[in-house]
Design a protein around this ligand. Sequence first.
Ligand SMILES: O=C(O)CCC(=O)C(=O)O
Ligand SMILES: [Fe+2]
Length: 206
Amino acid sequence: MSGYIEAVRGLACELLDLMAEGLWVPDRSVFSRLIRDDDSDSILRLNHYPPMPLLCKDKDSSSPCNHSKVGFGEHSDPQILTILRSNDVGGLQISLNDGAWVPVTPDPTAFCVNVGDLLQAMTNGRFVSVRHKALTNSYKSRLSMAYFAAPPLEARIAAPPEMVTPTKPALFRPFTWAEFKKAVYALRLGDNRLGLFTTEVDEHVG
Ligand SMILES: O=C(O)CCC(=O)C(=O)O
Ligand SMILES: [Fe+2]
């Protein structure tokens, strides 16, 4: 297991370095440094969704009875980047800007990479954390494994200066991962936590 964690941590760091480069940030380790840190709060989570048979109580009813049950409700991942893989059972869906849900084709040989809330803050909104959910399958067990790349608890989360310009002023006030985690636990799974850290809220509050 520790070999797997090291491998996905390496992948996350490589992707973050490429993202920094793509955003023209001169210090290309600006994001990955947080994950390489010995005190990084990254975690690996295994999810198991047992099969949930579709029960149609009233066969003559016009109400649809073929809705898959939600195994993991709609949310964005709060960390920096998620490296997700699953067995060959589908269920993961991502939300597009217009609110449409798009199923992700299951592929046990592929990684699904999610932008997390912290990366949205650190890129000053250039990358946006993806809302997603996981449905259960009616016959088969679904397994997934998610590596959540996170910074140390006391790391200061703020966009690098290059991401903040007169035409693109700071969207979020600086905060620590510990502060953000507190907000995650205080709110519901599907709530927008970044909304608590916008510069506008700051102005109104303070
Ligand atoms: O099981 C999945 O595909 C998604 C799991 C997930 O979104 C999570 O663990 O945060
Ligand atoms: Fe997630």
